[in-house]
Design a protein around this ligand. Sequence first.
Ligand code: NDP
Length: 438
Amino acid sequence: MYAEVLRRNPGEREFHQAVHEVLESLAVVLGRHSEYAEMKTIERICEPERQIIFRVPWQDDSGEVQINRGFRVEFNSALGPYKGGLRFHPSVNLGIVKFLGFEQIFKNALTGMPIGGGKGGSDFDPKGRSDAEVMRFCQSFMTELYRHIGEYTDVPAGDIGVGAREIGYLFGQYKRITNRYESGVLTGKGLGWGGALVRTEATGYGAAFFAEAMMEARGESFDGTRVVISGSGNVAVHGIEKVHQLGGTAVACSDSSGYVVDEKGIDLEVLKQVKEVERGRIADYADRVGSASFVAGGSIWDVPCDVAMPSATQNELDGEAAQVLARNGCRYVVEGANMPATPEAVDAFRAAGIVFAPGKAANAGGVATSALEMQQNASRDRWTFEHSEAKLAEIMRGIHARCHETAEEYGSPGDLVLGANVAGFLEVAEAVHAHGLI
Ligand code: NDP
């Protein structure tokens, strides 16, 4: 099966990696479900239902014409409308979008909500662009995307480089073209126009809740732990916030230029000011906080910790970094980002007895809360922060329990990678099977 995926999708390294990791877990399933082998259910799930690639022309502030490429991969709609974020980053290509879309299928299934899997984005780099440029780009992007999405078809959200500002411009253009105030077409909206409380915080908070559940299963808690969280975007900032509330201390975070260490614990107010308000660099944090130091480049995983939460991007934590974490006494690794640990890193965690949570389980809080946003939009309702956060915590504990129990049931107790892949797959496969050969 894997050889066929390689042959049909040449050069898509990250997609191959994501498929390989899932396939490795599924041998145990085929032994119990021969119908999935007969109906080529896995092969069908590996092939996206639809892949859209389009030109995105726009003009920058100096009047120069710019051309980017837009993507939307509608991977699987067995459980509900395609659901998954949009990423704006120069590294975006079809292989990256497909890896993210493939992961999203199983992640969304694990939430237990009625959402299929998809992902999209562009190689547009919002960094250093003015608001007006970002707006023109978003309008051009939506001018093609609008015909492929809708509240019952495909519901995009944010990801790297796409936050509330971008979702606002995208929503505005969708409304203008379609003449429909269709709140349910995008999630991650502003609170005043259909957004849901806790959606912004959900991925980082959810990853921390998941980590807490992992620790509880081993008679531990966040109390007194040192935590290292890479990145300083949406996931990292809110991960840090929740870790602090749960009794841990996040002592380091990063961006693509380097990392900061603050032994007193990252000061969230300063971090939010630097990264969210000023859209500055992480080095600015160290300039303002006396107890902090900035390390240009380097590996944030050199900082000793009990819990590591990679929350920046794919393949940011390799085998060597994993060995360093193990030597420094790290006991838990929880993926806030999508596939941040390389396969070599995951092997090293297993060998060292580090408990490891894959992103498709640990960072599912974002999409789960997006589904709650869709529920609120459909019923024109608005829930309180406390109610939504309690739901998120319950969902994350539920996902942990499912992964944990499935790993035991399929003969690999404690292996949350296998647990997540098998539990997610079974949910999707049953629906795919029920819908016949489509
Ligand atoms: P943001 O754009 O808000 O932040 C991304 C952070 O990661 C920034 O600090 C950025 O630094 C850093 N980063 C990005 N690319 C690289 C790179 N190549 N090398 C080093 N650092 C990098 O994104 P999010 O926080 O939303 O997303 C982070 C991860 O979490 C992604 O893997 C995403 O797919 C995943 N995720 C996000 C969800 C969400 O709800 N937002 C939901 C589930 C998963 P810099 O500014 O220097 O580029």
